[in-house]
Write a protein that binds this ligand. Structure first.
Ligand SMILES: [Fe+2]
Ligand SMILES: [Fe+2]
Length: 267
């Protein structure tokens, strides 16, 4: 029987994009047919040996060209940036599985579903890019995303607060605005693609909220206080709004957490 942690290790330590996507879908199919073992046999390698492809070239956020979706170049730059977010999201989902052992099987089940959906998102965006004459890797990309994984490698609560409940939650604020912009332009294909991704991403944040609260409860911690503490510790600068209250509530945020984020934004 194949082992979830061996497949996770393969996906984190090899750079071939096609094989990574195929292995991710393969693992999800195995899990659905009850043919995947969750036994933790090997030791966990340090996060520093996780490998990314040579392309795209990674740049500091401040060195990234500004993108406006009104030109074809701007639209391709937007979708290329999104392809990169989805690509790193595949790694993030595998890494939370790989690095944090001894948790309930349902935890691994949930994050493998996320990995599978991120791989689908990446493929869909790459097709969209191809129609615009580009593939993932043709433009430079943002270097900052993986730093959040490195910063939180030792602490599952920090990982859940920062990755699904901060980075991915930010997508819930921004994607509806982008959908509106593409609607105004009459770009139906982009609207359908982003709407599909948004629906899944609400689910990812919800999974993050669920496990964050579950683990806080097990440790007899107040989850709202712990969330605020971790954001203050790991998030550099003030949280960025505006926050999409409606979607964040569906994804497991409380009104008081969102009130706090809004207050922090303006501090
Ligand atoms: Fe995604
Ligand atoms: Fe996601």
């Amino acid at each position: 029987m194949e082992n979830i942690f061996s497949i996770a290790e393969y996906c984190l330590h090899h750079v071939d994009i096609e094989k990574k996507i195929d292995s991710t879908h393969h693992a999800w199919e195995l899990l659905k047919s009850d043919q995947l073992s969750f036994e933790s046999l090997d030791s966990v390698s340090p996060i520093s040996i996780v490998k990314f492809p040579d392309k795209p070239k990674l740049l500091k956020p401040r060195d990234m060209p500004r993108r406006r979706i009104n030109s074809l170049a701007g639209k391709t730059a937007f979708f290329h940036a999104l392809a990169h977010i989805e690509f790193v999201a595949i790694y993030l989902a595998w890494d939370i599985i790989y690095r944090f052992r001894g948790l309930p099987n349902k935890f691994y089940h949930d994050w493998l579903r996320v990995a599978d959906e991120e791989a689908q998102h990446f493929t869909l965006i790459n097709h969209h890019l191809l129609e615009m004459g580009m593939v993932y890797g043709d433009l430079p990309a943002h270097s900052g995303l993986w730093e959040h994984a490195e910063d939180t490698q030792m602490d599952i609560l920090a990982r859940l607060a920062i990755v699904p409940r901060c980075m991915e939650a930010r997508g819930l604020d921004i994607t509806p605005q982008m959908i509106e912009k593409f609607k105004i332009k009459g770009d139906n294909e982009s609207v359908i693609l982003l709407s599909r991704i948004l629906k899944d991403e609400v689910g990812h944040v919800k999974i993050g909220s669920h496990w964050f609260k579950t683990f806080c409860q097990q440790r007899e911690l107040n989850h709202e206080d712990k969330y605020k503490e971790l954001i203050e510790k790991f998030y550099i600068g003030n949280p960025k709004g505006p926050f999409n209250r409606e979607l964040r509530i569906i994804a497991g945020f409380s009104d008081s957490e969102i009130d706090w984020l809004e207050k922090r934004e303006h501090e």
